[in-house]
Design a protein around this ligand. Structure first.
Ligand SMILES: NC(=O)c1ccc[n+]([C@@H]2O[C@H](COP(=O)([O-])OP(=O)(O)OC[C@H]3O[C@@H](n4cnc5c(N)ncnc54)[C@H](O)[C@@H]3O)[C@@H](O)[C@H]2O)c1
Length: 440
């Protein structure tokens, strides 16, 4: 592995990244500043788009892509291109099955691909989020099927991805990267690779520890969001404004970290990762009650939104059946175009099941797939609100903050606003129901 260290130092190392999505493409861009990068993806549309200079990821501009395309960045759908790579980094999805069991099929498929090109001297790094033990128990046995020995013939490490899509303050280079190799030498080599493009590296004792770091980070968020969601449900009944409470509590200079309530959590990480940990905990004979309860509370918030809509619609003397509902915000968080696991999906499905007429709007997400069909965003806010009985806001996109409730009232048939993200407040002549903001 001394060879690899030399190749890192003289920048001759070639890097293959399997999966060119939200994680893989920004990572590829970071590495192209020093190394030749082969961005491998099984999706031909993505590869062709990238080759044509079109980025499908909001955080990577076409400008940024074009600077390295053909020079140090080579999008490919040919696994043979990975053979020449010194490092192969896996950035494929880790979803759940229908019954909420970890679905490692993407990681296994990536390993199948690596097996076809693996040779002595290469180094494999897993970045996909997964339960502790995946690198040792799933990745290594598959790669050792080749007859090569991990840690001797080829290196292996785990490094959790921490990218926060849409957050311009923290590009990959600025976020400390955690690495854990399967032995001390592997940790050092992986750390050296990332250190060449990332400002701070945190080495941990092994791959399992690095995998556990990611679990803790995301479960910490899930549990804290669940806690404020539960407080919001209580305060709503007590007529206390949860947002005001949290902002005031956050002035304590130590021992408190603000989390805010909302209509549930989305994205490819926070809602899924607790189930990865929970699955593994059960294998060790433990039922993780805290982790599972947080998932249930956050899941319930979607139903709470529907309950608030029904309450508002009743207050204007109408029934939910046949009501026209404008669902505002399809992304799972503000100012991004990713609708994966978005609370909007469940809210739309429930509203359709209850017989409402749903139209949707999101400035970033053109359409959303639900069990009730595909919903396409209207072209404008006006179009979504025209004749609506209720507008429900699920995401705090910056542009939503500029909307005036009185202006909305002028477009709607009945002025019911359900606010999941503290965008508005009480106003004359408007039925306003906000998560965590009940009246006495
Ligand atoms: N999106 C995030 O904000 C984020 C943050 C931190 C960690 N993660 C984790 O990173 C991993 C990747 O997430 P993502 O958001 O980038 O997913 P993504 O769906 O955006 O991208 C994954 C890409 O992998 C490709 N792919 C799937 N199987 C493949 C295979 N066998 N060979 C080659 N390409 C393949 C897909 O076509 C897709 O383009 C997940 O484990 C996720 O939990 C995601």
């Amino acid at each position: 592995m001394q060879d690899l260290l030399l190749k890192i130092t003289d920048q001759s190392a070639k890097i293959g990244i399997i999966g060119q999505g939200y994680v893989g493409l920004p990572l590829a861009m970071a590495f192209t500043k020093k190394f030749a990068v082969f961005g491998y993806d099984v999706c031909l549309n993505i590869v062709e788009g990238l080759r044509a200079g079109n980025s499908h990821i909001q955080d990577v501009t076409n400008d940024q892509l074009s600077k390295s395309l053909g020079y140090t960045y080579f999008p490919t759908s040919n696994p043979e291109d990975l053979r020449q790579c010194d490092f192969i980094i896996i950035c494929v999805p880790t979803p759940l099955t229908e019954d909420k069991i970890p679905d490692l099929s993407y990681i296994k498929n990536a390993c199948m691909t690596i097996k076809t090109v693996l040779h002595p001297g290469q180094f494999v790094i897993l970045e996909s989020t997964t339960y502790p033990g995946t690198t040792d128990e799933v990745v290594i046995p598959m790669l050792e099927d080749t007859g090569l020995k991990a840690g001797i013939d080829f290196g292996v490490a785990y490094s959790p991805e921490r990218v926060d899509p849409g957050n311009k303050n923290f590009p990959i280079e600025k976020v400390p990267t955690v690495v854990g190799g399967i032995n001390a030498e592997c940790t050092d080599v992986a750390a050296a690779l990332y250190r060449s493009v990332v400002e701070k590296i945190v080495s941990v004792r092994d791959a399992r520890t690095a995998e556990a770091v990611k679990m803790v980070e995301n479960i910490f968020r899930n549990v804290n969001i669940a806690l404020v969601n539960e407080m919001a449900l209580i305060f709503e009944r007590m007529g206390i404004n949860t947002w005001e409470v949290i902002d005031a509590a956050a002035t304590k200079p130590y021992g408190f970290m603000p989390f805010y309530p909302g209509p549930g959590v989305g994205g490819h990480c926070i809602p899924l990762d607790p189930y990865y940990m929970s699955y593994k905990a059960k294998k060790y004979g433990l039922i993780p009650r805290f982790i599972e309860t947080s998932g249930e509370i956050n899941e319930f918030m979607k139903m709470h939104v529907v309950n608030l809509i029904e309450k508002g619609i009743r207050q204007v003397g109408k029934s939910l059946y046949g009501a026209k509902i404008a669902v505002m915000g399809l992304a799972y968080k503000k100012n991004i175009n990713d609708p994966r696991e978005s609370p909007a999906i469940k809210v739309i499905e429930e509203l359709v099941n209850l017989g409402t007429e749903v139209r949707v709007y999101d400035p970033f997400v053109p359409s959303i797939q639900t069990k009730s069909g595909v919903f396409c965003s209207t072209w404008s806010i006006e179009e979504a609100l025209a004749g609506a009985d209720c507008a429900v806001f699920l995401v705090d996109h910056d542009m939503f903050r500029d909307i005036s409730p009185q202006w909305m009232k002028g477009l709607m048939t009945s002025p019911v606003i359900v606010d999941g993200k503290n965008l508005f407040g009480e106003e004359e002549g408007i039925v306003y129901l906000g998560i965590g903001k009940g009246r006495v």
